[in-house]
Ligand binder design. Structure first.
Ligand SMILES: N[C@@H](CCC(=O)N[C@@H](CS)C(=O)NCC(=O)O)C(=O)O
Length: 211
């Protein structure tokens, strides 16, 4: 398997965590988003959206991190990223989607570039925008965790899709100096998941392309 990604890309970070949880060997091809390598012709042949991650398996290329996570889960069901009964699994998916559908797309690099260069907002406005969407999502996520606060990780006692999505989003929040004081459960779960080797190995700063 070959993972096309960038150390600080949260969508790539999600896939790294899943591969590491499942113990799947993979090689990396680094796409430097800062240098715009995602827009180069060669990479656009791999991912026509010009986004990372992409995962190559036996000559077949998959894009979109959540589709890739589903693929990994279906091919390597153990340990499951969707533990528990249907109700629990649905809450896990819900938390994952708050992050992947309602926070991350609004704060992605291309969106930030657009508001900065096309709409000419200031650095302060950009930071306000970024933090706003994180807080909106995290307020809801914290409330979801309040309904099942006793789990070791977000919504289960083994790491799930929700944890896989949370870790990168907290990394981003910290990068943009978001105050996470209002989210004690998110912080507690994050501290627990980051003790796991699969998460530690996947951490952006521990990647070979980290600068
Ligand atoms: N929904 C996509 C989002 C992928 C995405 O936005 N990737 C970001 C990095 S986290 C990217 O490649 N950004 C490049 C850009 O905005 O130019 C997924 O989950 O894979």
């Amino acid at each position: 398997m070959k993972l096309y990604g960038y150390y600080r890309s949260s969508a790539t970070y999600r896939v790294r965590i899943a591969l590491n949880i499942k113990g799947i060997e993979y090689e990396n091809t680094f796409i430097n988003l800062k240098d715009g390598e995602q827009h180069q012709e060669d990479y656009l042949k791999i991912n026509p959206q010009g986004l990372v991650p992409s995962l190559e398996v036996d000559g077949c290329i998959f894009t979109q991190s959540m589709a890739i996570l589903n693929y990994i889960e279906e091919c390597y069901p153990q340990p499951s990223l969707l533990p528990g009964d249907l109700e629990q699994r649905t809450h896990i998916r819900s938390l994952a989607q708050i992050i992947t559908s309602d926070i991350h797309p609004l704060n992605n690099l291309r969106v930030l570039k657009y508001v900065e260069h096309e709409l000419k907002i200031t650095d302060l406005q950009k930071k306000t925008w970024y933090q706003h969407w994180i807080h909106e999502g995290f307020i809801a996520a914290e409330k979801i965790l309040q309904k099942a606060p006793k789990h070791q990780y977000c919504l289960s006692d083994t790491p799930s899709l929700a944890d896989i999505c949370l870790a990168p989003q907290i990394y981003n929040a910290e990068r943009f100096n978001c105050n996470l004081g209002a989210y004690p459960l998110l912080q507690e779960k994050y501290a627990n998941i980051m003790k796991l080797e699969a998460f530690e190995r996947s951490y952006p700063d521990n990647q070979k392309d980290a600068v």
